[in-house]
Design a protein around this ligand. Structure first.
Ligand code: SDX
Length: 445
């Protein structure tokens, strides 16, 4: 069966007949390996016994482009079809009908909460506003110009000072209380980081405000703003859309670091660090800086696209392309409509939005992007929403981290709850010097 033609992969009923195993021939000897099929009929060859069966031969797959690190029930995405579902629910429906805390419950507990379960989670968040003062002292110890992700990373691991490691958690219900606390505390600390960067005092979280309302008010003291609820619901949708995305770079970092049975907070801090990279969560900041430079320098779209295509130029079209999506990122479509609606409701006319839309159209008509299936990803329009809310550009990836926190947590808990989990330890192929003898320094030239 030719698996390379995606649309020719047989249906579930057919696979069990013709592919319950895969053959790999090594040195003319065939070895058989079981085939794993997921609930959406994805197929993987389980090569767990390859090294022992073949006398030491292993596979190599830099950046794990073709390699699954785990099986997971949390998020399903189909990059060819532009599908994204959290626990089976399409992201489009959740964005329209749900909210960030409800989705956070869903990711961890597998099902949507009842009204009382959601009320309980909201209450757990709203009763977790007390912070140990040393955490704010850490923020104040940083110079104002420190990047917020740098400070967030140190705060995330510092939460381990007063909290247990998380390994005692036996059920998702128990874990929900810990998730609520880490989400609440990280939101407060993130707002304080931003206020510190602006040389402002901190604002306390308030009872009676939703998670996103509280975050906005702690950022700007703006709960009295006439468009406060409109702005908070736009932010809530941004958080929801970023909540999980299967085994992306930062989630893989959380799982890998967490597999050593280090504290949950140390594993979450590794997610923060991986997300900061401009190829990953740092792209939302890079997109707005790119759009601002186009506006400031008067670059034509042709000039920008030529730079992105020039292999000798490190510049990439930020917010475009994706390891998995070779179609539209379904989140970018929702974010674009949230962006249009928010700017319309607020009567904001942001020139960067027009530049972004025209740049998208130009790229989608350019064969370089079309042939490589490079489409706008989650980061292309999100920064324009955050900018409209008044969030400083260097805080954009912190917003991404707040959104991804329930996903990181749920993936960590799924890994931690699995009896098969072992410490992750990839192998390598050594291609350095072969055996050689030490040379005394007097003999070296
Ligand atoms: C996120 O994995 C996730 O799920 C991540 C994420 C999540 O929710 O967790 O979705 C969030 O990280 C989104 C991605 C944000 N990053 C960016 O927007 C940065 C710009 N994008 C690129 O750096 C790139 O597209 C990546 C990093 C996103 C994906 O890179 P890959 O999969 O390694 O693809 P590649 O580099 O092998 O690209 C294939 C080709 C190359 O050209 P050729 O060698 O074939 O000539 O496409 C080119 C690349 O040079 N290419 C781009 C490009 N992205 C890919 N060329 C110009 N501009 C780009 N943005």
């Amino acid at each position: 069966m030719n698996l390379s033609e995606f649309d020719s992969v047989p249906l579930r009923s057919e696979v069990s007949d013709i592919m319950d195993s895969a053959e790999i021939k090594v040195f003319n000897k065939s070895h058989s390996f079981p085939v794993v099929m997921g609930s959406e009929e994805e197929l993987a060859i389980d090569i767990g016994s390859l090294r022992s069966q073949s006398g030491g031969v292993i596979t190599i797959d830099p950046a794990y482009v073709n390699t699954a690190s785990c099986q997971s029930k949390i998020t399903y995405l189909d990059g060819e079809k532009g599908i994204l579902r959290y626990r089976g629910y399409p992201i489009e429906q959740l964005a329209e009908k749900s909210n960030f805390l409800e989705v956070s419950y869903l990711l961890l507990n597998e099902d949507l909460p009842t009204a009382s379960e959601l009320e309980n989670l909201v209450s757990q968040v709203s009763t977790s506003h007390n912070l140990d003062p040393f955490l704010n002292n850490i923020i104040k110890s940083y110079p104002n110009h420190a990047h917020p992700m740098c400070i967030l990373s140190s705060l995330m691991v510092s939460l381990a000072v007063n909290e247990t490691g998380g390994h005692e958690l036996q059920s998702s219900k128990e874990a929900s209380a810990v998730l609520a606390k880490v989400m609440a505390q990280t939101a407060i600390l993130s707002a304080n980081i931003s206020r510190h960067g602006s040389g402002l005092g901190f604002i306390k979280a308030e009872q009676g405000l939703s998670y996103s309302e509280n975050f906005l008010n702690m950022m700007f003291d703006n709960k009295g703003h006439k468009n406060f609820s409109t702005m908070a619901s736009a932010l809530d949708c941004i958080f929801l859309l970023h909540a999980d995305h299967e085994q992306n770079c930062s989630t893989s970092a959380v799982r890998l670091v967490g597999s050593s049975q280090v504290s949950l907070y140390a594993a979450l801090a590794s997610g923060v660090n991986a997300l900061w990279g401009p190829l990953h969560g740092g792209a939302n900041q890079a997109v707005v800086e790119m759009l601002e430079s186009i506006e400031r320098d008067g670059l034509s779209f042709e000039q920008v696209l030529d730079k992105a295509k020039d292999k000798s130029d490190p510049f990439k079209l930020m917010g475009f392309g994706h390891r998995v999506y070779k179609n539209f990122d379904p989140r970018s479509k929702v974010i674009k409509s949230v962006c249009d609606r928010l700017l319309g409701d607020l009567g904001v006319d942001d020139p960067l939005l027009e530049i972004a839309k025209n740049l998208e159209n130009a790229a989608l008509e350019d064969d370089y992007f079309v042939s490589r299936k490079l489409y706008p990803n989650v980061d292309f329009y999100s920064g324009i929403i955050l900018r409209t809310l008044g969030i400083p550009t260097n805080m954009f990836t912190v917003i991404f981290a707040l959104g991804r926190l329930p996903g990181w947590f749920s993936q960590w808990f799924e890994m931690h709850s699995s009896p098969e989990t072992k410490i992750a330890r990839p192998r390598q192929i050594y291609n350095g010097h072969t055996n050689r003898q030490y040379i005394d320094i007097s003999q070296r030239v």
